[in-house]
Design a protein around this ligand. Structure first.
Ligand SMILES: Nc1nc2c(ncn2[C@@H]2O[C@H](COP(=O)(O)OP(=O)(O)OP(=O)(O)O)[C@@H](O)[C@H]2O)c(=O)[nH]1
Ligand SMILES: [Mg+2]
Length: 254
């Protein structure tokens, strides 16, 4: 009997992989919870979280009840959370591929970075696009100070706009500064208490998912991290210089 199966009938295995990065506590997990709540009825979704030593982000998302708990998985990254999303993406790639295989076909997999400093960005080898999250409590100047995520992520979120009056930040000005720092790239003010702002975020993600799944998007590398230092597991100061993809120098000083 002739095989009448159309050539393109095999199930799609590759999802739109969307990274969510930003400094500690800016609201990445909360944003992912909002996206799951708003979009899981229309898109097949999965979530990968990255935490340094725990699976707290995954636990938070599971307890939020916005997505089947099986679809939320944690990668423990160890002492350098940015390395796992930038230089050694293997554990994350395996986690993404596993979840895509287990729930095929998924439309959208969200990957949360471990909360890190201002310069942490995802490798385009791991995600198709990335959102960078700032919050107003970090101060009105932070958007102007820039960094690769702020300047070149696919979308910049200025989060927790409801807190602006309490921290004396002018949101309109912060959004203008951010737009200038991004040469006009998209910037969105967001609050989990403000539904119109949530609708705008959801609209961006929905449109991006459509474009990526249709093959109409080329991932852009926001650029490597700037040199930076932080304290390692044993109290040692680690200084990192990321020059090229995969080229990750540690110098150790006390
Ligand atoms: N007022 C206000 N608080 C928010 C908003 N979004 C998140 N938060 C709060 O900010 C705190 C940190 O939120 P998370 O979503 O855990 O932030 P995160 O970036 O995932 O944190 P790490 O993963 O630890 O880096 C929590 O107490 C949230 O409830 C918001 O829009 N408004
Ligand atoms: Mg989190």
């Amino acid at each position: 009997m002739p095989d009448t199966t159309p050539a393109d009938s095999s199930p799609r295995t590759r999802s739109f992989r969307l990274g969510v990065a930003g400094p500690v506590g800016t609201g990445k997990s909360s944003l992912i919870a909002l996206l799951c709540r708003e979009l899981s009825g229309e898109l097949a979704m999965g979530v990968i979280t990255n935490d340094i030593y725990t699976d707290e982000d995954a636990q938070f998302l599971r307890s939020a009840g916005v997505l089947d708990v099986e679809r939320i998985r944690a990668v423990e990254t160890g002492a350098c959370p940015h390395t796992a999303i930038r230089d050694d993406v293997t554990p994350n790639l395996l986690a993404v591929e596993d979840i895509e295989r287990d729930f095929a076909p998924l439309d959208l997999v969200l990957v949360e970075s471990g909360g890190d400093n201002l310069t942490a960005t995802f490798s385009p080898a791991l995600v198709d696009a990335q959102i960078f999250v700032l919050d107003v409590a970090g101060g009105g100047d932070v958007a102007r100070k820039g960094g690769p995520g702020i300047a070149r992520a696919d979308l910049l979120i200025v989060n927790k706009t409801d807190l602006a009056p309490h921290v004396e930040v002018d949101v309109a000005r912060m959004l203008d500064d951010a737009t200038a720092a991004r040469d006009g790239g998209p910037v969105l003010g967001l609050s989990k208490h403000d539904q119109p702002s949530i609708d705008a975020l959801v609209g961006w993600v929905r449109e991006m998912t459509r474009t990526v799944l249709a093959g109409g998007h080329t991932p852009v590398d926001p650029g490597p991290m700037a040199p930076h230092s932080h304290v390692g597991e044993d109290g040692t100061v680690l200084t990192h210089v990321h020059t090229h993809e995969g080229d990750h120098d540690h110098s150790h000083a006390r």
